[in-house]
Design a binder for this molecule. Structure first.
Ligand SMILES: *Cc1c(COP(=O)(O)O)cnc(C)c1O
Length: 434
């Protein structure tokens, strides 16, 4: 329960403890700049530093640790598998670990949802899944153009960057990012323009000069782009529009999927069935690298080996991924708990936001946060929270959103402890400014 939190700055680690990072590791490092501590051990929703401090983790590996750190019921089968001499690397050869994963995914995820997809294992990261999805959409349709949304984030390799919004990340490409264009995400014009008016019009107008796209790629909640959550009816309208114009719909569920919004797939609530789905981050359940592309069966037109990768058979991830599906997705109990925690989080953050002019709660489920009108505030709140023993990050084009992402397994007590730290940190940062 609640520990005594002080608002005095936590002691930074000594220079000796961090000098190798600063002298040898590239300037590209980023999270460590916000959290100058050396982390060693972790369990459930908590993480420890080598000098013995403990933090509540409301960052959760940006969504790669949905079941918390080192879940014992995932660790045990992994240890058994390793001790037993289980194969670790296998490219895309058949292994018993992969068979178990595919069987569990079919029985516990696809069949109960009446979803019919082929499962592709690309390389083990989210951007690998997005690249494969874009490549397949172009191959299937014979069209080049892809539409994506304002403030989207789909990964850091060139294809994924071409459909990403953030200008700093796009500039990093160093070459023109082509064959894609951006269209406005839900509520981009604050409700003043009917959402798909422009798109519908140009798709129907052979003189519009807008090339018909192969696909539209969308996140149901924009994790990196500021926690904009699309309305369910907007998602349905998008899906209908894709159907009507024979455009493939790709849902990038890398961050919002695996239960984050309260259902296994973030699009379930909208009742849509995308043509292609990208999953990664928490699909291994244990923070191990793994990614999936789910493909409508008739779109599975790959030639054998046409998309490839050395690390598509990470059997340790299959083992923990199978254990996670069996432990959490055999029935609706866990999803119900996630929805309850999500409602509590929204209630507590709403209470915080209501105290400050222009602050606004955004997101869905346990991917929810607070947007502040002054873009400096969220970062300062995250720093204050760190001093009080909480890891929480920011999101959005100007890092203006405090992004709250606890483990889905968190107890109501731990969640309340964290949101109390957030409330205190916001009061500290904004109290002095008033
Ligand atoms: C994190 C993320 C990616 C990229 O995943 P990586 O594993 O970092 O390549 C792609 N799409 C979304 C929505 C993400 O949140």
């Amino acid at each position: 329960m609640s520990q005594t939190m002080t608002s005095s700055p936590a002691t930074s680690p000594t220079d000796a403890a961090t000098s190798i990072f600063e002298s040898l590791e590239s300037e590209v490092r980023s999270y460590c700049r916000s959290w100058p501590a050396v982390f060693t051990r972790a369990a459930g929703p908590r993480i420890q530093t080598e000098d013995g401090r403990e933090y509540l983790d409301f960052f959760s590996g940006a969504g790669a640790l949905n079941y918390g750190h080192n879940h014992p019921e995932l660790l045990e089968p992994l240890l058994d598998y390793l001790r037993d001499g289980g194969i670790l690397h296998s490219l895309d050869m058949y292994t018993s670990a992969k068979r178990d994963f595919l069987t569990a995914f079919q029985d516990l995820i696809l069949e109960p949802r009446e979803l019919d997809y082929r499962v592709m294992f690309p390389g083990p990261t989210g951007t690998n899944a997005v690249e494969a999805a874009l490549k397949l959409a172009r191959k299937v349709t014979g069209r080049q153009h892809i539409l994506s949304f304002t403030n989207a984030f789909h990964g850091m390799t060139l294809g994924s960057l071409s459909v990403t919004g953030n200008s700093m990340k796009r500039r990093g490409a160093g070459i023109p990012l082509t064959n894609s264009s951006k269209i406005p995400y839900d509520d981009y014009f604050s409700g003043t323009t009917e959402d798909f008016l422009w798109l519908e019009r140009v798709l129907e107008d052979s003189g519009s000069g807008v090339d018909k796209p192969a696909a539209i790629i969308v996140e149901t909640v924009q994790g990196e782009g500021g926690l904009n959550a699309a309305r369910l009816e907007w998602l349905r309208a998008l899906s209908d529009l894709c159907r009507a114009h024979d455009i493939l719909l790709i849902v990038d569920d890398v961050q919002a999927g695996c239960g984050r919004t309260g259902t296994f797939f973030s699009f379930e609530e909208a009742g849509i069935v995308p043509d292609i789905v990208c999953l990664s981050k928490s699909i291994s359940g244990y923070g191990l690298p793994m990614a999936l592309v789910l493909i409508r069966p008739d779109l599975d037109v790959w030639e054998p080996g046409e998309h490839n990768g050395t690390f598509r058979g990470h059997n340790a991830a299959f083992v923990t991924g199978t254990a996670a599906l069996e432990r959490f997705w055999s029935d609706d109990v866990f999803a119900k708990e996630v929805r309850e925690r999500g409602a509590e989080l929204r209630r507590d953050l709403t209470a915080v936001a209501e105290q400050y002019d222009g602050a606004e709660v955004r997101g869905r489920g346990l991917l929810t946060g607070v947007a502040f009108p002054d873009p400096e505030v969220a970062g300062r709140v995250a720093q204050a929270a760190f001093r009080r023993g909480l890891l929480v990050e920011t999101s959005g084009p100007e890092s203006e959103v405090l992004k709250v992402m606890p483990a889905l397994t968190i107890t109501a007590e731990d969640l309340a402890e964290g949101t109390r730290i957030i409330a205190d940190s916001v009061a500290e940062v904004l109290g002095t400014a008033r």
